[in-house]
Design a protein. Structure first.
Lengths: 291, 312
């Protein structure tokens, strides 16, 4: 993600201005959303310390208990503490939520910049594939790729990243095409700068804000997609806890206790909602004209 | 108009070919020998060889590819490795349930979403607009399978108003079975369509011809519906195609939640059992829907907007 952050600071807009516009008092929702996201990150990072129980430890003496002082969200059909599983699930969501859009942003930007800058055959092939992939909803694309791969950490990461690459590539290509027409690009080529320098110094910094906004919004999408895949049994493999497979397990045990479903679902909804609100605020602050 | 249809159809051919090729490559890249997966570790060399010959796995790759293309284009998907049933029969039996769910959900979503967007746009900044915004924000964030599970627990398990599982038989029974799953998907869809309609409406209501309509004394409902909504619906129509596909992919999880028959359910259980012919067929069918819906959106666009017709 640092590669994306750097050019943002390098632009002529001081980043404090962006922050101030984002968190103006006219939009109290943004502040609440930021606090929720902060809490989510803290919980995910500190999960091993603050979780009251081991998320994998089974206890057949305490199966399907309802919320109590010992187990705030009760226990599941294996007697595992639901709250601890949720806390560790947050960690899982945070990892995928950061890594997948990050990887996709890098790969997509490289593809899009190459297509937009060099044009010709490269552009036609890349554009054709981007158009094809973009015509699929992300979830459908992810399910279809997962059909060929097994679940597990690396495959899920691969699937999510592939699902996000085309969106980034399209934005990067469009921005590059626009920037390519600017006089300063012509100037830098004519003073003899190397292609690599032109791209890195003059083209890439200009796509910082759209790519950053896209990445923020896709953190939420990645968390939702990972949960969906895990719910379908194509994502994080049990017994490792993920918000999606907690709901999957609990749905098979719906007469035992509904609390894991309620808890995990609320967690996904609140976190995704807050990230979306933050992403919208960031978009409005960075570029009010962007669609 | 015929030229546009022809051009779009021709354009879809390489897309279909590319999709089929990607599916073929992806499934051949799979780790593991299908013969070993199906027959198990204790199969003899002879049995393995026989299975490979029956499935055509011993042929050179290009022959396999051609046989695959021929099968897909003639809708001959082979036989399920698990149930030994023809895959096309499996698809025929399950596809109607998925289409039924997608159509009912889309209908509900349109009926709720578009009026909501209009009301929000007309009352911009007031409480109906705020309400619609909160509804959209939640609708964008809540996972469909979670909402489905909540509705299932509340209305089917606890209140007993709706059936817990299955697809039903006969028209009325099927509609009874589809209501809860359809409401689940429609909630997400109306959040999306409501937002889209609001944005589009606000843009149109700011145009000169709307001001002219008001200036010449047209009544407010006429301004909103005749001048506003009619023009605002074009982007909504495109969004509808997109959300039709989103609903189709959402139906996979919803079929699992409500234990409903359908293509998604077939695909997911085939993946769990590594039933390659069924996986292949499921993936190709979903891809087919994507291509057809996108083609439909293009054509509707050309039909509604004459400028696109001229360009093509």
């Amino acid at each position: 993600m640092t590669t994306v952050d750097e050019p943002l600071l390098a632009s002529d807009e001081p980043s404090f201005g962006v922050l101030r516009r984002m968190f103006s008092l006219e939009r109290p929702g943004t502040i609440v959303a930021a606090l929720v996201v902060l809490a989510f990150v803290v919980v995910a990072v500190l999960a091993p310390t603050i979780a009251p129980y081991d998320p994998l430890k089974q206890s057949y003496l305490k199966i399907n208990t309802y919320p109590s002082a010992d187990h705030w969200l009760g226990t599941d059909q294996f007697g595992r503490d639901v709250l601890s599983r949720l806390l560790f699930g947050a960690r899982n969501s945070l990892i995928f939520g950061l890594l997948a859009p990050g990887i996709a942003a890098i790969v997509g930007t490289v593809l899009g910049v190459c297509a937009g800058y060099f044009g010709g055959v490269v552009d036609r092939i890349v554009s054709r594939i981007i158009d094809l992939l973009l015509s699929f909803p992300e979830l459908l694309l992810a399910i279809m790729i997962s059909a060929a791969l097994d679940g597990g950490f690396w495959n899920v990461l691969l699937v999510l990243s592939i699902a996000f690459v085309p969106g980034f590539a399209r934005v990067a290509r469009a921005t590059t095409l626009a920037v390519r027409q600017e006089p300063y690009i012509e100037a830098s080529i004519s003073v003899g700068l190397r292609t690599r320098t032109v791209i890195l110094r003059h083209v890439v910094p200009n796509m910082a804000s759209p790519v950053v906004v896209l990445a923020t919004l896709w953190v939420a999408s990645a968390i939702r997609l990972e949960a969906s895949l895990s719910f379908l049994g194509l994502g994080t493999r049990p017994p490792a806890p993920s918000w999606g497979n907690i709901i999957r397990d609990a749905l098979g045990n719906v007469f035992g206790s509904p609390w894991p479903i309620i808890g995990a679902g609320l967690a996904i909804t609140i976190v995704v909602l807050s990230i979306n609100v933050l992403g919208d605020a960031l978009r409005d602050a960075l570029d009010p004209d962007m669609p | 108009m015929l030229r546009v249809v022809g051009a779009r159809l021709l354009d879809a051919v390489p897309t279909v070919l590319l999709v089929l090729t990607l599916v073929f490559v992806a499934l051949r890249l799979l780790p593991g020998d299908p013969a070993l997966v199906v027959l198990g570790e204790y199969a003899t060399q002879d049995q393995l060889a026989l299975f490979r010959r029956q499935m055509g796995l011993d042929l050179p790759l290009w022959q396999q590819y051609l046989a695959f293309l021929k099968g897909m284009l003639t809708f001959d998907f082979g036989t399920s490795m698990v149930s030994q049933m023809p895959v096309s029969q499996l698809i025929r039996e399950n596809l109607p349930y998925t289409i039924e769910l997608t159509l009912v959900a889309t209908g509900l979503g349109v009926v709720v979403g578009i009026p909501m967007g209009v009301v929000a746009a007309v009352n911009r900044g007031r409480w109906p607009d705020m309400g619609a915004r909160i509804y959209s924000l939640v609708g964008y964030a809540i996972p469909d399978f979670y909402l489905g599970a909540l509705l299932l627990i509340g209305f089917a398990l606890n209140l007993g108003w709706f059936p817990i599982n299955g697809g039903g038989s006969g028209f009325l029974d099927r509609m009874y079975h589809v209501i809860l799953p359809a409401i689940t998907l429609a909630t997400l869809k109306s959040a999306f369509l409501g937002r889209l309609t609001r944005t589009s409406m606000l843009e149109v209501l700011g145009r000169d011809y709307v001001r002219t309509a008001r200036a010449k004394g047209a009544r407010e409902p006429r301004v909103i519906f005749r001048h506003g909504l009619r023009n605002a619906l074009l982007p909504v129509a495109t969004g509808l195609g997109l959300s039709l596909l989103a609903t189709l992919s959402g139906s996979v999880a919803i079929e699992l939640v409500f234990n409903r028959p359908g293509i998604g359910e077939v695909l997911i259980s085939a993946i769990a059992k590594r039933d390659y012919p069924v996986i292949q067929a499921g993936v190709v069918i979903f891809a087919f829907f994507v291509v057809v819906v996108n083609l439909g959106v293009d054509l509707v666009y050309a039909l509604v907007d004459p400028r696109i017709r001229v360009k093509a």
